[in-house]
Design a binder for this molecule. Structure first.
Ligand SMILES: C[S@@+](CC[C@H](N)C(=O)[O-])C[C@H]1O[C@@H](n2cnc3c(N)ncnc32)[C@H](O)[C@@H]1O
Length: 427
């Protein structure tokens, strides 16, 4: 690892610090998946081994429950764990024990089954995968270990329990363009990165046929030598609930700039229910951001107007996001753009600069502006103004999403940006 180094941390055992200056957009570290599992709705859509999307997947002829894009992928997974699970898989998934599990427990049980079958087959003389799992911190909760599809006399119940204890604290969701499609164990990333609600790095997933998915950790902004590199463990927009989740799931208290700000301001008042007052709140927020542009990083260093605090209520963010989502595809586009601008201001205050969520939202705003142009009968000057707005959103989206770079499925925001750029250039 030439870019990061582990050092002691005041409360989190260790921390990854930059070994040198890392420019925004640079690859910090690439991490192999130890094992992964697809969400149920992705089964048959993506290859179970490499997770690329492919129309003509071949079913495993043994269990008919795993799907592959090539013989190579099937062989990779067969050798890794499937040859030990295949025959037992359907009996296991139809068992009452498995059926009684909640959806997230089922995923954990499948991931644990993969892990145990994989570690049983690993070469004990050079057992890197086992050592990497053993090096991780267990989570604070002691949940009962689910029954798994595979057991072996070489692996004891207490070993399985020990590995499962690391799950809550360490597993990652795997996503493509911010949409989750699976869960996975990436031991190096777990060992290295602590959490911040204002992270300076982000994880993306590289999918390519015939290889297991890789996690790449990318710098979101310039990072100075010795600065701690953090990822975010959950969506920082969970403003009122995140501390509780950190405590229960990970056993720590977040002391980032954003969390210290919310500790200082105390309980967030609920937003007004009156539609006129809610519109007024949004107008005040946009005016505030115009007069004194802020981002998540600067929240702690300024006095924030107390009349605006209700914008940080989770219910307000959820409502604004829903209004935008509903109106941005089929209209009314004026409503979508108005709620979309409010949501952009909220994202800028909650997330750090260049956070991918902001880039994706800017792209949605550009697409909504374009939909408005083509669906409304505007005069030439209104169209010019709208096109300029569309270009502005698009340029900013491009700047942010290029920092993250290509990731996930082949299609995606960078491709969409190119298409919209070319239609905007047409006379
Ligand atoms: C995935 S591990 C991160 C790597 C960990 N520091 C290590 O040494 O293995 C997650 C655990 O790290 C610690 N941790 C992560 N972020 C933290 C933070 N912001 N403050 C305090 N502890 C943190 C907690 O113990 C958490 O359960």
């Amino acid at each position: 690892m030439i870019n990061v180094r582990l050092e002691p941390h005041t409360s989190g055992r260790s921390q990854a610090v930059a070994a040198k200056r890392l420019a925004a957009g640079s690859l910090i570290v690439s991490c192999d998946a130890l094992t992964t599992v697809l969400l149920p709705q992705e089964k048959g859509q993506r290859c179970d081994a490499c997770h690329t999307k492919s129309p003509g997947l071949q079913k495993c002829s043994g269990c008919a429950a795993y799907f592959y894009c090539s013989t190579k992928c099937q062989n990779i997974q067969w050798q890794a764990h499937h040859k030990r699970i295949c025959k037992r898989f359907n009996k296991y998934t139809s068992s009452l024990g498995f059926q009684a599990l909640a959806p997230h427990e089922k995923l954990d049980a499948l991931l644990l089954s993969h892990l145990v079958a994989q570690l049983d087959g690993a070469d004990s003389a050079v057992n890197d995968p086992l050592n990497s799992i053993l090096s991780l911190l267990p989570g604070p909760s002691n949940l009962p270990t689910p029954q798994i599809a595979y057991s072996s006399p070489r692996i004891t119940v207490s070993e399985v329990k020990d590995w499962y204890a690391k799950f809550g604290n360490n597993n990652f969701v795997i996503h493509s363009h911010l949409t989750t499609f699976g869960h996975g164990i990436f031991p190096l990333a777990s060992r290295l990165f602590n959490h911040s609600c204002l992270p300076n790095a982000a994880a993306k997933y590289i999918l390519s046929p015939s290889s297991l998915p890789k996690m790449e950790v990318v710098a979101l902004r310039d990072i100075s030598p010795e600065e701690e590199i953090c990822l975010t463990y959950l969506d920082p927009a969970l403003l009122q609930t995140r501390q509780q989740i950190f405590q229960l799931t990970y056993g720590f208290e977040c002391r980032c700039t954003s969390c210290l700000f919310f500790e200082k301001v105390g309980p967030i008042p609920g937003p007004p229910t009156d539609p006129g007052q809610r519109d007024g709140l949004s107008v005040q927020l946009l005016q505030f951001m115009k007069d004194t542009p802020h981002d998540g990083m600067s929240l702690g260093s300024a006095t924030f107007p107390s009349n605006l605090l209700p914008i940080f209520h989770e219910s307000y963010i959820t409502d604004v996001a829903e209004i935008f989502r509903n109106a941005s595809h089929d209209g009314p586009y004026a409503v979508a753009l108005s709620s979309g601008k409010t949501l952009l201001a909220l994202y800028r205050l909650i997330y750090p600069p260049n956070y991918p969520q902001i880039g994706m939202h800017l792209l949605e705003l550009a697409k909504t502006s374009w939909n408005r142009i083509v669906s409304e009968n505007m005069d030439a000057s209104a169209e010019r103004v709208m096109k300029a707005e569309c270009r502005m959103y698009l340029n900013e989206a491009k700047g942010i999403l290029q920092i993250l770079g290509p990731e996930g499925n082949e299609d995606g925001p960078l491709v969409e940006i190119k298409v919209l750029e070319s239609v905007l250039e047409e006379p």
